[in-house]
Design a protein around this ligand. Structure first.
Ligand code: 13P
Length: 251
């Protein structure tokens, strides 16, 4: 019932030349039917990617957006309405690198989430615990708070038009992947938290796993009942590897 989604977060990687190469690689991919595929290039290259992937069924998203929906006096930021105008359909909200390095807090992220939705973008809310929090047994509490803050602010109905990505911080870029069982436990808790408010929304929302996903471990992760695809960092910079991960979601 839930269509898997595999999304590549390119983070702050790329040049015009390397982006052009990646576009060529993506254009040549045989993508599986029944799987939605998306990429999140750095903002500067979104237009290049949208033009380069024209006609290919790959959605484009941004890695961040402003707290205000419409264009205006907010130096250095990009409005969700501008992202939509450029052709984006998705936007990441609350990636752990922005929470931890830039200090983005739940309250601010709720505003970004709402601003994105008001412009018709689908927010992908990223949640996840640090290694310290996991070792202290606080994983479900931390993830529950990150998710709960958006539910409290905007209502559970907001998740009828959103995606959640569980990305344990200790698994991002480290080569350490959460085991399918570890990930499934958190995904099930996220869905259960939504279900306490609205079971239909909980059943329909896609919950992606992110953190050192590669072609070699994707099928096992995507085989878990509450894992509906992945948010892929490093491995999404290689078109063939990314294509293999997309195919794993279709099997
Ligand atoms: P890696 O796949 O490089 O671990 O990154 C995951 C991630 O942060 C995607 O948003």
């Amino acid at each position: 019932m839930r269509r898997p989604l595999v999304a590549g977060n390119w983070k702050m990687h790329g040049t015009r030349t390397s982006v052009a190469e990646l576009i060529t690689g993506l254009r040549h991919l045989a993508l599986p039917g029944g799987v939605e595929v998306a990429v999140f290039p750095p903002c500067l290259y979104i237009n290049q990617v949208i033009t380069g992937l024209e006609g290919k069924p790959i959605a484009i998203g941004a890695q961040n957006c402003a707290v205000e929906p419409m264009q205006g006096a907010l130096t250095g930021e990009v409005a969700p309405s501008q992202l939509a105008d450029a052709g984006c359909t998705l936007v990441l909200v609350g990636h752990s690198e922005r929470r931890l390095i830039l200090g983005e807090r739940d309250e601010l992220l709720g505003r970004k989430f709402a601003a994105a939705q008001s412009c018709g973008l689908i927010p992908v809310l990223c949640v996840g615990e640090t290694l310290e929090q996991r070792q202290a047994g606080r994983t479900l509490e931390v993830v529950g708070r990150q998710l709960g803050s958006v539910i409290e602010g905007l209502g559970v109905g907001a998740f009828a038009r959103a995606v959640v990505a569980y990305e344990p911080v200790w698994a991002i870029g480290t080569g350490l992947t959460a085991s399918p069982q570890q990930a499934q436990e958190v995904h099930a808790a996220i869905r259960a938290q939504l279900a306490t408010e609205n079971s239909e929304v909980a059943r329909g929302v896609r919950i992606l796993y992110g953190g050192s996903v590669k072609a070699a471990n994707a099928a096992e992760l995507f085989g878990m009942p509450d894992i509906d695809g992945g948010l892929i960092g490093g491995a999404s910079l290689n078109a063939d590897e990314f294509g293999a991960i997309c195919r794993a979601a279709g099997s």
